[in-house]
Structure formats: C-alpha cells, structure tokens
Design a protein around this ligand. Structure first.
Ligand SMILES: [Zn+2]
Length: 99
C-alpha cells in the first residue's frame, strides 16, 4: 500500500482504490491532507499494466470471438487490475516528470 511521503501514513486499500478511480493528478493524504502525487515509476508501470486491457478487445475481435465473451474477459481483467493497483503505488511529494 502507498505511504504518504510527508507524514508516513500508510493509506488503506479502500482509500487508495477510491482515490485512484478519480484519475486526478494529485491526491490529498487522508491523514495530513498534504498533496501527494503518483511517482513517475508508478505512472509508467500502471500505464504498462493497463495496455493489455486496450489490446484485448481488438485481439479477440480479430479471431471472431463473440463480443459477450470479450466483454467478460475485459471486465475480469479490469477487476484484477483495479484490485492489484493499490499494491503497486508509490507516492511522491512532487509531480515527478516521466522523462
Ligand atoms: Zn500524510
């Protein structure tokens, strides 16, 4: 779970998941209310993990897999992605550049 780089508070899974689903660039620490940013490493890794989600639909459509099967696979991947995401997050006090 991510820890605030200002006060060291470890965010709870529910807090982290709800904040990540807002897709904001910064998040307030629930303990000290200081702005926290996703580290550059976290942003790179999460975009890498989300890539298969966007590849599943055209890949399965190319093999004439029924859309309902494709949709179920995509939803299952999305649920696993959202469940796993809080464990990969590292926070930063500054908005680090990607390069
Ligand atoms: Zn804090």
């Amino acid at each position: 779970m991510p820890a605030c780089q200002n006060c060291g508070y470890t965010w709870k899974r529910k807090e982290t998941t709800l904040k990540m689903l807002t897709f904001k660039s910064s998040y307030r620490c629930p303990n000290c209310l200081q702005k926290q940013y996703l580290s550059a490493e976290t942003r790179k890794r999460s975009s890498l993990y989300s890539l298969p989600f966007f590849l599943i639909i055209p890949f399965l459509a190319a093999f004439n897999i029924h859309f309902s099967v494709t949709l179920v696979i995509a939803v299952v991947y999305l649920v696993f992605y959202i469940s796993y995401l809080p464990f990969t997050i590292k926070l930063s006090n500054e908005n680090e550049p990607l390069w």
